[in-house]
Write a protein that binds this ligand. Structure first.
Ligand code: BMA
Length: 838
């Protein structure tokens, strides 16, 4: 296949006044205008409102390119658009060659009638997505409502575009249009490969024979012959194929002997093997992994569990929900995705849920997950809405689902196809669907089981089809926000319903695919979008960067329930972040201690798509919030959890690994002035793949006792190269504890191994949070987040015991400039926060 990338000479034309802007693909219209200085930064203050007109208008991407005449001698000439958003008409030399209406489908248009040797002009005219949705809404025979957020484009559920482009409770409404992967002009003398997908089964366990059934979809314009060769891990299959005009599928079978198994992160390696399909005129290359996957959702004593079993072992899933990492698609890049997913891996996550209000991700997202061992729970892109079931809509979605399944199926990281996000719940959210439930359930079922479920069952024999998140299981439409007994749960009672953190102890989800607590972004990040005179959480700029209607009041009221009231802006920001970590840690530690009843959890949400107050653990610019540092500890494969419930602390030893760990368990009782009043040390073992109660300590009811003491636990493994596990526990809400004033002394040391920080405190210090402020290398950064290189610490948001030295590495990946700062400058910009007692 001859391929020419049409990347240069592009211009974007505004149809209303024919103004022109030069651009390079891939890009979106808003990013082009931003680069040209034609619109203000939509992420600053409330500029989002000022740029709304962009989504209301029509835009044309146009270019001219030269073509060699050898191209024209080929039997097939086609234009390939992998990701075009959304409604367009495509003209080559003023001949219309095709149109698009779904950003989740790859389009290949025959251009043989239009293309010519020498100069060619390609023009792609994009209709307004806002107007397209309004038009479709007018044609509906009855209302099909969706959830509304503060700035909202109407009718987003009627168009096949990233649903959160229309606004969300953490994201701006930016109804961009654009072309998000390179435009390709392709020529082949005969056949082309449309798709390659395969099923793999372990057929014989003595020699570990894997049977690969490879489906190659070929398209030819003419009759003829071709030779199809399929290779993987040394196994080869070759066959002559008789081509007929049009599409056809060829099946090849191979036996691969004894490949190494692919495991999720924390459980083993991620070896990948190339699956190569070659014809004389086209080649497909995919990296595949050998592993079995079962998702067990059988009835048991507690209801219906949800367990991901890989290579015959039950995996405890730990992770977070993923949203598109930028509201401006032009800023998506492999480098940025790599940074975010590496942060997930470093926080000991092994699963990411690609949430249904975003997008089927780029190939590079899944490649990174394959390499890092991050399992992918893949939603289909439907969220928080009812959807139409007109034949047109269903047919459009059928094409989308089949295309995406074939595109993504070879990734070993992909473990589940899920129909949507919260659309079962949505059946109860709107007056229309409450009053006419049957009508909307039928519509739901036509799309969900009728199109999506059917596509999965037809095309992916390996993977489970799960109708929705949350869902209690097939055909069950019950409330998975409050019933923890079946399937996956979204537990939102602490955030949205205002229950205390202890309410996490009232449920044991079988699998919790969403639970979350908001915080503000760092002061550095806030400065990026807020004018200096508005550094106040009720200022217009900061309220605009809070998209959950009650968000700021929930944060503030929770601070007042748990902490002494903050005295400065910085302290509000700090406490909001500490309490977010506390909330999620409470849930995770308890639910992990309930293994095997609970077998997984994904908090809401990993990342942000602009700088905003949200539930994320990573800031838009990539910096780790205190929650992310805590996640690194509470998601570690081995962990000591201190569960304090009413009158006792239970010490749970959690071990996801395949081997038991023996060591000694130390449990110390301290007073806040730093005196050790009780010490115990005993040998102990964390049994493999389980959670076990190691010890229970009764806590006196006496308020005075509880207000003046805390527990510290440490498990020191017998194996010298495994680091000790630590945890600590207050016995009352922090505001009720008489924590002593603390002075933390710090020293920064440059050495050959890197920059280190030494900390020491005279009295116990809690929620010690380190950050650099005002360093250009910090989160302070405007422009694409991939260029930001936030500083990380090897540990953060921890308890510092008195008179113990704590050494921290300052991690500067991709940020060599940090080394150039003297220890003195670093020290001046280092901020050390800890809980205050007055
Ligand atoms: C959920 C998600 C999102 C939303 C979040 C916070 O249930 O699925 O739609 O952003 O809660 O409200």
């Amino acid at each position: 296949m001859q391929i020419q990338t049409i990347a240069t000479n592009w211009k974007l034309i505004r149809e209303t006044d024919q103004s022109e802007y030069t651009c390079t693909l891939p890009c979106d219209n808003l990013s082009v205008l931003l680069t040209a200085g034609a619109v203000p930064d939509p992420y600053y203050a409330d500029n989002e409102l000022v740029v709304q007109w962009v989504g209301d208008e029509e835009w044309t991407f146009s270019t001219e390119f030269e073509l060699d005449k050898t191209f024209l001698q080929k039997s097939q000439l086609f234009l390939q658009l992998d990701r075009i958003d959304t409604f367009s008409e495509v003209y080559l030399n003023e001949v219309k060659v095709g149109s698009t209406k779904n950003m989740f489908i790859r389009y290949r248009f025959d251009v043989s009638r239009a293309v010519r040797a020498g100069n060619n002009r390609l023009r792609i005219r994009l209709a307004s997505p806002v107007q397209a949705a309004v038009e479709l809404k007018k044609q509906l025979p009855y209302p099909v409502p969706h959830q509304d957020y503060p700035v909202q484009a109407q009718g987003r559920n009627l168009i096949r575009k990233v649903q959160s482009h229309a606004g969300w409770d953490w994201g701006p409404c930016l109804m961009v249009s654009g072309i998000y992967e390179q435009v390709l002009l392709c020529a082949t003398p005969l056949e082309r490969i449309e798709a390659v997908h395969h099923d793999a089964a372990l057929t014989e366990t003595k020699e570990y024979l894997w049977h690969l059934k490879v489906y190659t979809e070929i398209f030819s314009r003419e009759a003829g012959h071709t030779l199809l060769r399929v290779e993987c891990a040394g196994a080869v299959s070759e066959q002559q194929v008789e081509l007929r005009p049009g599409p056809q599928q060829v099946i090849s079978e191979l036996e691969v002997k004894n490949p190494q198994l692919w495991w999720p992160s924390g459980y083993g390696q991620q070896p990948l093997y190339e699956l190569r399909v070659v014809t004389p005129n086209d080649t497909s290359r995919q990296n595949i992994g050998f592993r079995s996957i079962e998702v067990l959702t059988e009835p048991d004593d507690y209801g219906i569990g949800m367990v991901f079993r890989i290579n015959g072992r039950n995996i405890f899933a730990k992770g977070a929900n993923w949203i598109p990492p930028d509201a401006l698609p032009a800023r998506h890049s492999p480098k940025h995705y790599e940074q975010l997913l590496e942060s997930a891996r470093q926080a000991n996550m092994n699963m990411i849920r690609v949430w249904g209000g975003g997008q089927y991700e780029y190939d590079y997202f899944y490649d990174i997950c394959d390499r890092k061992g991050l399992l992918v729970w893949q939603d289909f892109m439907f969220s928080c809405a009812l959807y139409p079931s007109s034949p047109d809509f269903l047919e459009n979605v059928r094409g989308e689902a089949e295309y995406q399944i074939k595109r993504l199926k070879h990734h070993p990281s992909l473990v589940l196809w899920c129909g949507n996000n919260e659309d079962i719940g949505a059946l109860t959210w709107f007056k229309e669907s409450r009053e006419n439930r049957d009508r909307y359930i039928i519509d739901y079922d036509r799309l969900n089981e009728g199109v999506l479920g059917r596509a999965v069952r037809k095309l992916d024999l390996q993977r489970k089809w799960w109708s929705s998140s949350p869902s209690a299981g097939e055909g069950d439409y019950s409330d998975c926000w409050h019933d923890d007994s079946k399937g996956d749960m979204h537990y939102w009672s602490v955030w949205h319903e205002g229950k205390p953190f202890e309410a996490y102890y009232e449920v044991t989800p079988r699998f919790c695919s969403e639970f979350g607590f908001q915080s503000f972004p760092s002061v550095e990040s806030i400065r990026n979008f807020t004018p200096p005179e508005q550094l106040n959480i009720t200022s217009p700029a900061m309220e605009h960067h809070q998209k959950n209607e009650r968000g700021n009041s929930i944060i503030i009221s929770t601070i007042s329930r748990y902490f002494r009231f903050p005295q400065s802006f910085e302290e509000i920001i700090y406490l909001s972040r500490v309490q977010q970590a506390m909330a999620i840690q409470t849930a995770v530690e308890y639910w992990r201690s309930r293994r095997p009843v609970c077998m997984g959890m994904l908090y809401w949400q990993l990342n942000d798509n602009w700088p905003v107050a949200s539930w994320s653990s990573l800031e838009y610019e990539g910096a780790w919030k205190p929650l992310h540092y805590s996640a690194k500890r509470f998601y570690a494969p081995r962990h000591i959890a201190l569960i304090f419930n009413t009158d006792k602390i239970e010490v749970h030893g959690i071990n996801d690994n395949f081997e038991a760990l023996s060591g000694s368990l130390q449990l110390d009782l301290y007073t806040f002035d730093g005196k050790l009043v009780q010490h115990s040390l005993e040998t102990s073992t964390l049994p493999a793949e389980s959670s076990s109660l190691l010890k229970t300590v009764a806590i006196p009811a006496d308020r005075e006792f509880r207000a003046t003491h805390f527990y510290y636990a440490r498990f020191t493994p017998d194996t010298p190269n495994i680091l000790p596990l630590e945890n600590s526990r207050l016995l009352m809400r922090p505001k009720e504890c008489s924590i002593h004033p603390t002075t933390i002394r710090s020293e920064i040391i440059h050495s050959a191994e890197g920059i280190k920080l030494r900390l020491r405190s005279d009295t116990p210090a809690f929620f010690v949070v380190l950050e650099f402020e005002g360093l250009e290398t910090g989160a302070l950064h405007t422009g694409p987040p991939e260029d930001a290189a936030p500083v990380r610490f090897s540990d953060n948001n921890f308890t510092l015991l008195p008179n113990c030295e704590k050494w921290i590495d300052i991690v500067v990946d991709g940020n060599a400039a940090l080394f150039e700062h003297t220890a003195e400058t670093l020290k001046q910009t280092l901020k050390i926060h800890a809980l205050r007692s007055f």
